[in-house]
Design a protein around this ligand. Structure first.
Ligand code: AMP
Ligand code: MG
Length: 397
């Protein structure tokens, strides 16, 4: 079975998802419900934007060729009005921000740059042709495609939909993602665990991460570490658009997830990635559905979802691009590591993003440390040390 580097594993996930060409169904939602959804049809412009040349300043509409000079003020035009007449040479029209330019004018001189006396305005300077004017169709032409299908809708896209008059929006139906925790030691959240038991936190974090990626999570009952229980639940999970399993993918005697999936006819793309946390990590396809076998330690589960499964959910949801924003920031202190793995370590990014500080943590089970973090420090596998002030990659949490 394949052991891959972080980059290879990521390419493998993206390549397989793209090759599958997900074709989600389409549903229509109201504009107010469209944020966070993925646009299912191209958004076209219903008219030119702006539909007329408009002033972007308060001032006087003029012919640039008349300046400098003294002009006759023939009236005013406000936003929401259209001036009926033409501007002749030697004339100016008082104009407000957002108001359409009168015929004959080509520029606007700012009110701060003129002196007004009665019906005369004196402009002591020249201006550029077109200055302070937003020309017709300079933002978009009628019928121009403004957003392609596959674009996830945020606040500015909602403004754009509103601008062109879409009160309802065709979006892709969210992918259904099954979440299956495995383990004899796992108990429900509302139970009191014995000292050797652990509450099922992974399905809760995964459900939140799935929703954030645009998917619709369903949490299946806990699979005990028996072949039969794991097989039945995994088979059920493979009826969803994708299956996420947590735990049972290491080399222990009761880590049976891979065997179960193999017996279900799975094709495996990789089962180990040179990362920390989360080395044993399975990605494959069975019954025509993708699955991830995520390692059970909570930090491993969360990190491997973020760097691999999140993109898979996004692509299954019809997004054209899956995002993994790796930014750069400066280390606030020296940092050392053993080479060989790409590490994703809990860290605090300063509020301005300028500086990153690694947090102390006790390994992949340390949820409290992860909860204090707002980012992951991402190390290159072949580098041993960084000095304070050096650039290092950061993944936002
Ligand atoms: P595994 O990958 O199955 O060997 O699990 C490794 C460790 O992760 C277990 O010993 C638990 O401490 C923890 N773990 C596994 N599954 C869960 C879960 N669903 N919720 C919280 N912790 C878990
Ligand atoms: Mg286990």
């Amino acid at each position: 079975m394949a052991t891959l580097t972080f980059e290879q594993a990521r390419q493998c996930v993206l390549k397989n998802l793209c090759a599958a060409q997900p074709q989600p169904k389409i549903e229509v939602v109201s504009l107010s419900e469209a944020a966070g959804r993925v646009l299912a049809k191209p958004l076209t412009s219903d008219r030119d934007y702006p539909s007329l040349a408009r002033s972007v300043r308060d001032g006087f509409a003029v012919r640039a060729a008349d300046l400098p000079g003294e002009l006759l003020v023939i009236g005013e035009v406000r936003a929401g009005e259209l001036f009926p007449g033409d501007l002749q040479p030697g004339q100016a029209l008082e104009i407000m921000t957002g108001a359409p330019l009168p015929r004959g004018a080509d520029s606007v001189v700012m009110v701060e740059h003129v002196t007004v006396a009665g019906d005369r305005v004196t402009v002591p300077r020249t201006i550029e042709h077109g200055e302070n004017v937003s020309p017709r169709a300079s933002q978009a032409r009628e019928n121009q495609v403004l957003l392609e299908a596959g674009h996830r809708l945020g606040f500015s896209e909602i403004a754009l939909l509103a601008m062109v008059g879409w009160s309802t929006v065709p979006v892709y139906v969210r992918p259904q993602i099954a979440i299956l925790a495995t383990g004899d030691e796992i108990v429900e959240v509302k139970e009191s665990p014995l000292d050797y038991q652990i509450r099922n936190s992974n399905v809760e974090s995964l459900a939140v991460q799935v929703r954030r990626a645009g998917g619709c999570p369903t949490i299946l009952p806990i699979a005990r570490d028996t072949y039969q229980a794991t097989r039945e639940l995994a088979e059920h999970g493979l009826r969803f658009d994708m299956l996420l399993l947590s735990g049972g993918v290491s080399a222990g005697k009761y880590d049976i997830v891979e065997r179960v999936l193999a017996d279900l006819g799975a094709e495996f793309f990789f089962d180990r990635v040179l990362i920390m946390p989360g080395q044993p990590l399975v990605f494959g396809k069975a019954h025509g559905r993708f699955f991830f076998g995520l390692p059970g330690n909570p930090a491993s589960t969360m990190v491997t979802f973020e760097i691999f499964a999140r993109s898979a959910v996004e692509l299954l949801g019809g997004q054209k691009q899956a995002h993994l924003p790796l930014l750069w920031s400066k280390l606030s202190q020296d940092f050392h590591q053993k080479t060989g793995l790409t590490r994703f370590l809990p860290a605090i990014l300063s509020p301005d993003g300028a500086e990153v500080t690694p947090l102390s943590w006790q390994g992949s089970g340390d949820v409290p440390s992860l909860s204090r973090a707002n980012a992951f420090l991402v190390t290159e596998p072949d580098r041993e040390s960084w000095a304070a002030g050096e650039w290092i990659r950061v993944l936002l949490k």
